[in-house]
Design a protein around this ligand. Sequence first.
Ligand SMILES: C[S@@+](CC[C@H](N)C(=O)[O-])C[C@H]1O[C@@H](n2cnc3c(N)ncnc32)[C@H](O)[C@@H]1O
Length: 221
Amino acid sequence: MERQLEPELMDLVDEAEAYAAADFADVNIAFAERVLKLADNFKTARVVDLGCGPADIAIRIALARAEWRIDAVDASPAMLDIARRAVSSYHAARNLTLCLADAKNTGLSSGGYDVIFSNSLLHHLPDPLPLWTEMKRLARPGAVLFVRDLHRPATAQAARRIVGHYAGGETKLLQEEFYRSLLAAFTIDEVRGQLAEARLAHLAVETSSDRHLDVHGRVTA
Ligand SMILES: C[S@@+](CC[C@H](N)C(=O)[O-])C[C@H]1O[C@@H](n2cnc3c(N)ncnc32)[C@H](O)[C@@H]1O
């Protein structure tokens, strides 16, 4: 099935609220645990979350690692408003800074980050290459990189089945968003091609569930 683009930003208030209200606790906990494990050698670390959305993952990591300083980036003011409310209700998340910026051109310091992660941003981008390039720019030598995203099913029917199975109880709006996201997602081979183009071909790319793919490894230079 051909990729079908969806809007890059989640900048409609209704859309952002619907996304933030959905229960992603299990997948977010699993994501945070994976980051903590991949980066368990860092006692202190500068960390960046690209496309943080409501910042649920960034908050979980900030609470788990008080010595880490986390910058959470999103380009949607509506999403960052929700994130701001969530951060202020977790007083422990003082080591977390929200940044309104394009993840492809953050303006954050070059070579400034030990840990770079992103969940479910890649499929929003018409052209993902600038995101990989920005991740390389942000990374200190040896930085841990972890990206998780959806992978595109073979057919529209398969995408509908995944939506029914995992989001059957969610609102119609959220189900449609999920469906569009699956159609906009990349295949494993497409992601491998992007990494080769960005000179990040040494990173591991693997299927991590029936709907997710993971990219992980160290950014060397
Ligand atoms: C599906 S949400 C994922 C949010 C969060 N990472 C999570 O796992 O809950 C994708 C987020 O990426 C943001 N986004 C899309 N394109 C972006 C860009 N170029 N720069 C920064 N954020 C972007 C959207 O606004 C949205 O909040």
